[in-house]
Design a protein around this ligand. Structure first.
Ligand code: HEM
Length: 221
């Protein structure tokens, strides 16, 4: 019991929790992205998909609670690790001060903060309004042309910017997580690295395209 507490409190324990929570969130993004692609097929299909999820509401709620736990675990441990490395004056390995630091690695905390603002905005607009609306044929409209969605140029610009940061954040996050979990030089690690572009390139670009298509090309109409 005590050794479990010590582990969670240790730097390695925190890094492992950041790595696992980040990877779990990536799987949610894959699922979320696949669901959202339906939006390109038109209002009827999108409204039908969202209404169908109503039928499995208890499961959706359970997954949402798990997601909140995953996100909080990720954020709290990242903040604690950053504070610790600032206090000790040392940059975390493979990040800021490292010889091999990259743009993605140096901006992890910054990109994470932008993503936090994005998620809060995203949930207080799309998610919240999906919960309170009684009109099942309004979901598509809320996303594509309301002032809470891509009918609002400021929301669209926030999405476009956030998706670029999401790509950088996941790119570094993935390789960092593999190092933390001791997988980077294993066959499994190399295999995961090969498919990681799906998470840091394809998914953020796809989300970017949704915002660009409805917010810029279709002008929110
Ligand atoms: C163009 C991009 C995106 C669109 C159109 C979109 C759309 C939506 C919609 C419509 C909902 C409400 C679903 C419901 O209540 O049934 C939702 C929920 C959510 N979104 Fe997004 N999303 C996008 C990108 C993202 C990104 C990049 C993230 C995370 C970094 C994210 C995280 C979430 C979370 C955590 C929820 C609440 C859980 C859920 O209900 O599924 N979304 N999103």
């Amino acid at each position: 019991m005590n050794s479990g507490k010590n582990f969670i409190g240790s730097t390695l324990g925190k890094k492992i929790m950041v790595a696992i929570s980040g990877l779990l969130f990536c799987f949610f993004l894959l699922f979320h992205f696949a669901n959202n692609l339906i939006i390109f097929t038109g209002a009827d299909n999108f409204n039908f998909l969202v209404s169908s999820l109503e039928k499995i509401k208890p499961l959706v709620r359970l997954l949402e609670v798990l997601l909140v736990i995953i996100l909080i675990t990720h954020i709290i441990n990242t903040v604690l690790l950053t504070l610790k490395s600032k206090r000790s004056g040392s940059a975390p390995k493979n990040t800021a001060g490292s010889k091999h630091s990259t743009f993605s690695s140096r901006t992890m905390f910054f990109s994470g903060s932008i993503l936090f603002i994005f998620i809060v905005t995203h949930l207080s607009t799309f998610w919240y309004n999906f919960q309170i609306t009684e009109n099942h044929s309004s979901y598509y409209k809320i996303v594509t042309d309301s002032q809470l969605g891509f009918g609002n140029i400021f929301i669209t610009l926030l999405y476009l910017m956030a998706m670029i940061f999401l790509g950088f954040h996941i790119k570094h996050g993935f390789s960092s997580a593999l190092i933390t979990l001791g997988l980077s030089s294993t066959i499994l690690g190399r295999l995961i690295n090969k498919i990681a572009f799906l998470f840091w390139l394809v998914i953020p670009s796809g989300f970017f395209m949704i915002a660009f298509w409805f917010g810029i090309l279709k002008g929110g109409l």
